[in-house]
Design a protein around this ligand. Sequence first.
Ligand code: PMT
Length: 402
Amino acid sequence: MYNLANKRVLLGVTGGIAAYKCAELVRRLREQGAEVQVAMTRGAREFVTPLTFQALSGRPVRTELFSNEAEAAMGHIELARWADCVLVAPASANFIARLAAGLADDLLTTLCLATTAPIALAPAMNVQMWNNPATSANVRVLKERGVILFGPATGDQACGETGPGRMLEPGQLVEALTLLFQREDRLRGQCVLITAGPTQETIDPVRYISNRSSGRMGYALCKAALNAGAEVTLITGPVALEPPAGARVVQVRTALEMRDAVMAEAGQADIYIAAAAVADYRCAEDAATKIKKTAGILTLRLTPNPDILAEVAALPRAPFTVGFAAETESLREHAKAKLAGKHLDMIAANLVGEGKGFERPDNALEVYWQGGERSLPLAAKERIATQLMELIADRYHEKNKN
Ligand code: PMT
């Protein structure tokens, strides 16, 4: 059995003596069915030649950020998207520091910044360098951002010292990567229904009421669910985003349209995630023609929209139902009230307004469920979505065990 069949591994090799072990790593990854694309830093090329990796991976090795020839075959952004996982082995102290600083001054750091795939580092360095407070701080920062550490192992080092700092052996790295992908595949075969974006509530043929949702959070969740192996249906309000490839997409405009689309799908869904910012009210009357400007105050009468989330949670065979709560204050109290009041399995609460939550590329969530909670600190929405999807998979499997 091939444990890594069809997995696309972007292997970043940085400058360290352990780079020679990566020839064996590439061989083993391919033995397990993975497609491997190697990217080498300048330092790595002092230890091993690109030709070695080219022969073993079956692909030209990427070394330069600005290379017309390589970019013509697959641009660096395309390459960052291509990867199912980025593994940097060996990861030198210098590379770890540059990644922690958010630099994009060579191909590998740029790929790491541009990818939304999980990033795993296999550190390899002298024991004093590993124990140095600067390295510890950099590693802490990276872990907080969701970067995964494979190792380092403790033992004899090439420099003659003994202690932590040895790169894991190729076999151990393949095993760690297999486990990582198994975690990533945790929703294989499950149907996940996600709503995203705002709704637009008609005032008259040219005007509507809406909100500031960009759809980024919902679209990131869609991608995270696809990465976890799920079949995903995305029901989206009007946004300016390209839907993730692989999802079934239903475009809607109003809350009533979103409700109809959700209720048509909810019966088949295993998990429902309501990230859309659905308008709570719509106009009681749709004006058939454009409302004319008058001197006085114009009053619009609003009527409540159905609460889609509560309706789904109340279905006799309700999917595992995850709501969002967008609040400007008292996040915990309001979120917990929504969790209990709408009988949800989980709620992800975010502060919005004053440059938070809406429209931005990043977000922070407080996640609550019956008997548990977890903070997901500020990070790119893609990263937050991956972390939330892991929590959802944990709770979903836990619930279905019983
Ligand atoms: O799209 P972005 O710019 O990336 O911003 C992301 C976000 C801030 C919109 C997102 O993270 C978020 O918080 N989405 C939910 C916004 C919202 O409508 O929150 P709420 O507290 O008003 O509603 C609570 C829950 O009920 C939500 O899951 C909502 O989808 C659902 N709801 C609300 C009203 C309604 N009529 N039907 C519903 O299903």
